[in-house]
Design a protein around this ligand. Structure first.
Ligand SMILES: Cc1ncc(COP(=O)(O)O)c(C=O)c1O
Length: 371
């Protein structure tokens, strides 16, 4: 198998598997107990929190572990908007975890503004500034788009929002960004930031929300008061230990990742240069993302590639199999025809240039119907 669907999920890094192992065996304690096995679990949880916070340049108390990226996005938007029923501003190309949460908040009485993007998927900062009012509670703009790889100018988003309303919180869904971008919450200036472990070599079903100290965040989960009362529920100790180990490994691997994974993606595109058209210019996109248009419909190509042992995607994981045009591509002005001929190849920490060239040869075979 040549796996080119790292935006959907990634193979577990060995450091994460190793960190999780004890908690799948005899170190099964509940972090809330008062005996030795619980205390050890609690220590591991707090060490993981310190490690994660240190990597993001945050304080440990600003890290809330969640059950994945969707929950982190929900907690960011609902948590920020529900206390005041304040407005939400976001962008048409966001993940459903943000857009659907925005629609929910609108049903609960918040004003919702969804901003358009240009042909490359980038938000217009002057439109953003105009959309912010006195009652805007939160603005959510993703760092890297999961479908096209488009990078949004997060620092400028923060500047624009704070100029318009100092009290409006800025959230970024950085779920696709951790492997390739040096994410420092203070350099970015964001108030809220979501991560999901499985996008950078950690386990599925665990994530975190960074929430700047002092923010009044309404919890989604009410109960036993874990995570400083902001996310009740027995901790997923194995998952959190795996996430922190994957964060450390991925952060230490970033320079190599940008160089070698970028090189693998370029080698792939170079071999296919006369058959593909990139959707987003390289300079505006994450190094690991190749969103391209090809001469054959994506549904057909996916089946042929699957037979040839190449895993790719026609869009985001939640949309493959759907017959409607992805909301991301329609926001960028793609016609139905263009969307149907679009494919997403996403490279990751296990990718190499040699494998990428083999994949490109298999793509040629698939395009020519030789599968
Ligand atoms: C940009 C983005 N946001 C949110 C999510 C949802 O994360 P999770 O699958 O961990 O719930 C994903 C992944 O599918 C994503 O790529």
């Amino acid at each position: 198998l040549i796996y080119l669907d790292h935006a959907a999920t990634t193979p577990l890094r060995p450091q994460a598997a190793e960190a999780m192992q004890p908690f799948l065996g005899d170190r099964f304690g509940n972090t809330s107990g008062s005996h030795d096995i619980s205390r050890r679990a609690k220590n591991v949880l707090e060490e993981a929190r310190e490690q994660a916070a240190g990597i993001l340049g945050a304080s440990p108390s600003e890290v809330i572990f969640t059950g994945g990226g969707t929950e982190a996005d929900n907690l960011a938007l609902k948590g920020a908007a529900l206390p005041s029923r304040g407005g939400v501003v976001t962008v048409a190309t966001e993940h459903e975890a943000v857009l659907e949460t925005g629609h929910f908040l609108e049903r609960m009485g918040s004003k919702l503004d969804i901003l358009g993007v240009d042909q490359h998927g980038v938000v217009d900062l002057s439109e953003l500034e105009k959309a912010i009012g006195r009652h805007t509670a939160v603005v959510s703009v993703m760092a890297i788009n999961n479908e096209t790889g488009t990078q949004q100018p997060i620092e400028q988003v923060v500047e624009t929002v704070k100029r318009a309303n100092q009290r409006t919180l800025v959230h970024t869904d950085a779920i696709q960004a951790f492997s390739s971008l040096d994410l420092s919450v203070n350099e970015l200036g964001v108030d809220l930031l979501s991560l999901a472990a499985h996008k950078f070599g950690g386990p599925q079903g665990v994530g975190l929300l960074y929430a700047r100290s002092g923010i009044n965040l309404e919890p989604l989960m009410h109960g036993g008061g874990q995570e400083y009362g902001r996310r009740s529920g027995t901790h997923n100790v194995a998952g959190v230990a795996g996430m922190a180990a994957a964060m450390a490994a991925a952060a230490a691997d970033r320079d190599r990742f940008r160089r070698e994974v970028g090189e693998a993606r370029r080698a792939f595109e170079a071999k296919l240069s006369d058959r593909i058209e990139r959707s987003v210019p390289e300079a505006m996109s994450a190094p690991q993302h190749s969103h391209v248009r090809l001469g054959v419909e994506n549904e057909t190509l996916l089946v042929r590639l699957d037979r040839l042992g190449v895993a790719a995607s026609a869009g985001s994981a939640c949309q493959s199999g759907a017959t409607t045009v992805s909301h991301v591509l329609s926001a960028m002005g793609f016609s139905r025809e263009q969307a149907r001929h679009s494919m997403r190849f996403t490279f990751g920490w296990t990718s190499s240039a040699v494998e990428a060239e083999q994949a490109a040869e298999l793509v040629v075979q698939a395009l020519e119907g030789r599968s």
